[in-house]
Write a protein that binds this ligand. Structure first.
Ligand code: IMP
Ligand code: MG
Length: 181
């Protein structure tokens, strides 16, 4: 997206969660993750690309042994049911016998993350937990629930803190919703 369009979009957007609210929620979710996983030597997997900000700010708050790697997956087609994902990059680190924590930006319909979880279990992970920074309150019956959620977001197109609008504004420290026409 060109810079002028990106700036206009941000100027018209509605602030949903301020940077201070994001950081407070990050501290809280890090505490929950610490209390559940600190003795498990988990493998933390960042879901590229949206999970990169959450993961990058979360990891320094986890003061216990862990491994870190990333994955990048896409669905084959929009109407493909769970279980069928295409790895753009499968995790290099073996998940066999591990407690795996998958970290992503948003749980929307949950199709991609449900498929990712199935695949990691098939690859031999002992257990797969899911941390998302935001959970979209869309009233849908999601095929997967997140084990850790930092903040809810309304059923609108949101961006910032890892989430993009056509590639723009993943870098924002706060979360915005696009103007509704
Ligand atoms: P789903 O959960 O399989 O529907 O797909 C989730 C993915 O769609 C997320 O990882 C995001 O990349 C993207 N996504 C869904 N809703 C939004 C949004 O409101 N803003 C930005 N990206 C979104
Ligand atoms: Mg994503």
């Amino acid at each position: 997206m060109d810079a002028q369009k990106a700036r206009k979009l941000l100027a018209e957007a509605e602030l949903i969660h301020s940077e201070a609210a994001v950081q407070a929620a990050l501290d809280e979710v890090a505490g929950c993750i610490r209390s559940q996983l600190s003795e498990k030597n988990p493998l933390v997997l960042c879901v590229m690309t949206g999970g990169v900000i959450f993961t990058g700010q979360l990891l320094p708050k986890l003061d216990f042994p862990l491994d870190f790697d990333y994955l990048h997956a896409t669905r084959y087609g929009a109407d493909t049911q769970g279980g069928k994902i295409s790895w753009r990059m499968a995790p290099w680190t073996s998940v066999k016998g591990r407690t795996v924590l998958v970290v992503d930006d948003i749980l929307d319909e949950g199709v991609t993350l449900a498929a990712v979880k199935d695949s990691l279990l098939q690859l031999g992970a002992d257990e797969v937990l899911l941390a998302v920074f935001t959970d979209k309150l869309n009233g849908k019956n999601k095929p997967i629930a997140a084990d850790f959620v930092a903040l809810p977001v309304p059923d609108r197109f949101v961006f910032g803190y890892g989430m993009d609008v056509d590639g723009a504004w993943r870098n924002l420290p706060a979360i915005y919703a696009m103007k509704e026409d």
